[in-house]
Every structure is written in structure tokens, then in C-alpha cells.
Design a protein around this ligand. Structure first.
Ligand SMILES: NC(=O)C1=CN([C@@H]2O[C@H](COP(=O)(O)OP(=O)(O)OC[C@H]3O[C@@H](n4cnc5c(N)ncnc54)[C@H](O)[C@@H]3O)[C@@H](O)[C@H]2O)[C@@H](O)CC1
Ligand SMILES: [K+]
Length: 514
């Protein structure tokens, strides 16, 4: 694993820090090193001569900020310090005293503070332990109301390091320089409006210390480009044939939501899957053929409302040659997009299949309605559930939602399935509690049909890779990364308004070329 993949809680970071200090690294030397790296990074963003306001707290986050103040002062920046606390940790206090002796102006009251070009937020880091109140809360709100860009050291002050919750109030940063290892809170959806552009400042924590605290196979991982690309079925073997590249069955669509079936099919197409079969209501058959000529379209008996009533008998010639489609002949099945809840009788049958199964959209709503989550556990092969927030809450009404990472872990454990909780920071968990978090996405993807594209892409990848020695959750993580990167690429060229679900399918393959 690389440093970019590890994710820590405050307690884990504290344990790692304690090991580093116990092994002999002087606390002051580490602060000097970390703050030196922050200062170098700041000099790439802020031009010499500009005015920088440093917000320093009572702990070592404040200590880091005060070292930064000193460095920027000597590099020719105009620096002032806001430090309103009466009690400081010893090292922080020493740096504060030295900064004052250097003649850097220090303020205790916001009423005295002049304007500046940038604010550096070193009020609180992972040591924040309670709600911010009184004059500090007022100060944070004041700095947020100013127009200066704010750069937070480690984590925007006021955010809970693990859950990303706002404790009273919090700095709304434009940039966050996370120190050493990614803090879990920065990858929680609720932290997003406060974090800005986040980057990791690597200060050389040894892998031995990381593994000693997180274990050899850490539970929570951040998806990176490198890990995502390494799971793709590329390059293809020189000698192969279509059935060796997976046979995927999509069960989707209805008269009402015909487009859902097409988008799922186009997502699967981009995955490169060898054989694609799509079961849709009989009346949609020709429509699907016209959009996906390479796919085998299976027309199904319909309900009165135009939903799939049941899977059909297929074959040719006399009735005696007809047989029910054999679900176990596919390498993977995905079911749900555009189905409507009228396909209710379908789901209990499909769950019995022995190949990997992805359930999405109305398949999840039907599961919730039938209360059949427990029936997933005895399945002989992997199950992947891909709910968005609303579907998740219907499926798992008793799971608290404040900490999405915890919520998805509990859902996976309860269902025995891999659960992918969609959102601005999609989180994926396996039943053993292993979590993958997608650190980048775009609000351009908040559009009808983009989830259908993900289901197609994911199931097409699973169908191809499932028999190789790849962990299923790694493939789910890869599909999630690929899908969001396509959204980001499309939004770059077409703006955030220009990423309809069909357009999204056209940007999937260019992501790999990039
Ligand atoms: N100096 C070093 O060697 C290193 C320092 N690091 C920095 O150290 C930080 C952690 O330092 P600390 O453990 O000192 O913690 P913090 O600097 O985050 O803050 C802890 C201090 O804030 C006080 N406090 C907590 N909640 C409060 C509230 N609501 N209102 C008022 N006061 C409150 C505590 O009593 C304590 O004095 C990291 O975030 C990082 O910036 C790390 O990057 C690793 C290396
Ligand atoms: K901070």
C-alpha cells in the first residue's frame, strides 16, 4: 500500500505519533520538519510580499502554524498572528514567544485584525475534543465571512477528525494540507463543504509504524488511481474468446423506464465484457437492439404496467425445445435499473442464482419492501448492493447515518453483501468491515441515469474478472473510481451541467486513455 491509501482516525494517528516519539524522534524536530514542508508548499501558492494571517491554537496544530509564521516571515511575507488562548502547550508556547520576539505582530481580538491575502488555519487539528464555543466560535465565523482564501493545516478547525461532523462551527477552507496520513473525517461526505482542495503532506512516517497501528491489512482504504487501474482486465490475454471475457446478464428496464436499460447496457459495453445479454420487457426488445446491436436481447413476459413479470422460456422450434433461461450459465448478473417495483416476484427467484449478483435501484426497493435482506447471506456467490442514500435508508432503516463509513460497514455485515453507498464520497464495505472510499467525484454526476451507468460498468467488470484471483471489493472500488473520473473528465470539457448519463458513457473509455 502507498501512503495515499491509508486512512486513520484521531486515535490511530495519536498512536502512530506516540510510537514515533517513543522510538526517539524529538517532538520539536518533527514539528520543525512538518511545518517546514507546509511552508514550502505554501510558497508555491502564495507570492512573496503578500500578507498572510496565521491563526494559531493552543496545541501542536497551533505549534505547526507558528513555525510556518516564522518561516514565511523570513521568506519575505508580511505575517501577522491571531493567538487568543491563555494556555498553550509548551512547544507551542516557545514558538509563540519566539515569533513575538522576532517582531511579528500578534493579535488576541478579532476587532484589531487587519486584512490579509491568505489565512492559515492552525487553530485545532486532530486534538479537537469538544464543541467550539464562545469567542473562538465567533472568530471562526468572522474568518469564514471574510473573502480571503483559507488554508487549513491537517484538518479544517472545528471538524471531527473521524466523522467529519462540525463541532459547533468550523473553518471553511479553500485548501486542506492533511499531515502524514489521510484523516477519516476528510473523506466523509459531511466534511466536503469545509475541506476545499485536499492534499497530503507526506512527512515520512515509516510503514512499520503504520502497520503496527493499522494492522497488516488496514480496514479502511482510500481508492487511488494506481490501485484502480491495477484491477482492470488489461492487457487482455493474446489468445482468448468472447465467453472467456465474461458473460453478463442485465435484468432491467420497463415501459416506464426504458432508458435505464439502455444506459446500463452502455455502461456494460464500456467495461469490455465479452458477452452481454439483456433481459427486458418484450415490448422494449427492438429498442434495445437498436441501441446495443452487439447484445443478446431477451424479451420477457410483461405485467399490465409494462414491467418484467418473470424471466422467459427461451429456445427455438417446438415447445419441447424451450427452456427457462439458466441463470447459472452467466458469469455475473445485475438486476434493478429501470425495473419498477412491479417486478416484485422476480427478485426472490434471482437471488437464488449461484453467480455473483449486483442489485441496484428498484431491486433494492423490492428487497426493502419484502424484508428479504437476510436471504442474501446464504447465497453461494458474492452479492453487491449499490444503494444511494434514499435506497440505503429504506433497506437499513435502523442503521444510524451520521458516520457513513460506520453505516456502510454495519450494512455489509448485516446483509453479508458488499455494500456500495453512493454519494459525493462513495463508500464500499465488505461483510468483514473492509472499507474503500472514493476520494474524488463531481456534483455533475447528481443526475438521473448515472447510477445505471455505474451498475452496467461494475457488472461488466465483475463478469470479466470474477474468476481470476481478484478480490470482488477491489473491482467494485475500481468501477466506482472509473465512473467518477469519467464524470470529472466530462465536467471539465462540458461544465457540470453537461454530464447527462448518456454523455457520461461516452467519457468512460477516454478516462483510461488519459
Ligand atoms: N508537532 C508534531 O510533531 C506533529 C504535529 N502534528 C500536529 O499536531 C496536531 C495535533 O496536536 P494536538 O494533539 O496538540 O492537538 P490540537 O492542536 O489539535 O489541539 C489540542 C488543544 O486544543 C484544546 N482543545 C480541544 N478542543 C477544544 C475546544 N473545543 N475549544 C478550545 N480548546 C480546545 C486542547 O485542550 C488542546 O490544548 C495535528 O493536527 C498536527 O497539526 C502532526 O502533524 C504530527 C506531527
Ligand atoms: K487546522
Amino acid at each position: 500500500m502507498t501512503k495515499e491509501q491509508f486512512v486513520v482516525t484521531a486515535a490511530q494517528m495519536r498512536d502512530i505519533e506516540t510510537r514515533i516519539f517513543a522510538a526517539g524522534m524529538p517532538v520539536a524536530a518533527l514539528m520543525e520538519k512538518v511545518a517546514g514542508l507546509i511552508s514550502q508548499r505554501l510558497q508555491a501558492i502564495i507570492s512573496p510580499g503578500q500578507c498572510v494571517g496565521i491563526l494559531a491554537g493552543p496545541g501542536h496544530n497551533g505549534g505547526d502554524a507558528l513555525v510556518v509564521a516564522r518561516e514565511l516571515h523570513f521568506r519575505g511575507y508580511q505575517v501577522w498572528i491571531y493567538q487568543p488562548f491563555s494556555q498553550l502547550k509548551e512547544l507551542t508556547s516557545q514558538h509563540f514567544q519566539y515569533a513575538q520576539n522576532l517582531g511579528i505582530t500578534c493579535y488576541q481580538e478579532i476587532s484589531q485584525i487587519p486584512n490579509c491575502d491568505f489565512l492559515i488555519d492552525g487553530l485545532f487539528g486532530f486534538g479537537l475534543e469538544r464543541k467550539i464555543t464562545d469567542s473562538i466560535a465567533t472568530a471562526i465565523n468572522y474568518f469564514n465571512s471574510k473573502n480571503q482564501p483559507i488554508i487549513s493545516i491537517d484538518i479544517p478547525s472545528g471538524l471531527h477528525t473521524d466523522t467529519g461532523e462540525v463541532l459547533g462551527t468550523a473553518i471553511q477552507a479553500n485548501y486542506t494540507f492533511c499531515l502524514g496520513l489521510w484523516k477519516q473525517g476528510l473523506l466523509q461526505e459531511q466534511a466536503l463543504p469545509y475541506v476545499g482542495k485536499a492534499e497530503l503532506i507526506d512527512f515520512d512516517i515509516s510503514l512499520a509504524d503504520i502497520h503496527a497501528v493499522l494492522g497488516n491489512n488496514p480496514q479502511i482504504k482510500r481508492i487511488t488511481k494506481t490501485t484502480a487501474l491495477s484491477t482492470l482486465p488489461l492487457p487482455r490475454p493474446l489468445i482468448t474468446h468472447k465467453y472467456k471475457q465474461g458473460h453478463l446478464l442485465l435484468i432491467c428496464g420497463s415501459k416506464r423506464y426504458a432508458g435505464g436499460a439502455i444506459l446500463t447496457g452502455l455502461g456494460a459495453r464500456a467495461s469490455g465484457v465479452g458477452m452481454l445479454s439483456i433481459a427486458v420487457p418484450e415490448s422494449l426488445k427492438m429498442l434495445l437492439v437498436s441501441h446495443l446491436p452487439e447484445a443478446l436481447i431477451i424479451g420477457c413476459p410483461e405485467t399490465e404496467t409494462g414491467a418484467i413479470a418473470n424471466l422467459p422460456f427461451v429456445g427455438c422450434g417446438s415447445d419441447s425445445e424451450m427452456h427457462l433461461i439458466d441463470l447459472n450459465s452467466f458469469t455475473t448478473i445485475a438486476c434493478g435499473p429501470g425495473l419498477t417495483k412491479d417486478s416484485i416476484s422476480l427478485i426472490p427467484e434471482i437471488i437464488k442464482c449461484e453467480c455473483p449478483l449486483i442489485l441496484d435501484a428498484d431491486a433494492l426497493n423490492i428487497l426493502a419492501q419484502l424484508g428479504t435482506i437476510p436471504t442474501l447471506k446464504p447465497r453461494k456467490s458474492a452479492t453487491v448492493l449499490t444503494p444511494h442514500t434514499g435506497e440505503f435508508q429504506r433497506l437499513f432503516p435502523n442503521i444510524s447515518y451520521t458516520n457513513r463509513i460506520k453505516a456502510v460497514q454495519i450494512a455489509a455485515q448485516e446483509s453479508g453483501a458488499v455494500v456500495l453507498l453512493k454519494g459525493a464520497r462513495t463508500a464500499i464495505s465488505n461483510p468483514q468491515g473492509g472499507v474503500w472510499i472514493n476520494p474524488e467525484s463531481t456534483p455533475a454526476l447528481a443526475r438521473g441515469g448515472s447510477g445505471d451507468v455505474l451498475t452496467g460498468l461494475l457488472s461488466g467488470l465483475l463478469a470479466q474478472i470474477i474468476n481470476k484471483e481478484t478480490v470482488i471489493e477491489d473491482i467494485v472500488a475500481t468501477a466506482t473510481w472509473w465512473h467518477s473520473q469519467a464524470g470529472i473528465l466530462a465536467a471539465e470539457t462540458r461544465t457540470e451541467l453537461g454530464v447527462d448519463a448518456f454523455t457520461l458513457t461516452q467519457y468512460l473509455l477516454p478516462v483510461l486513455k488519459r
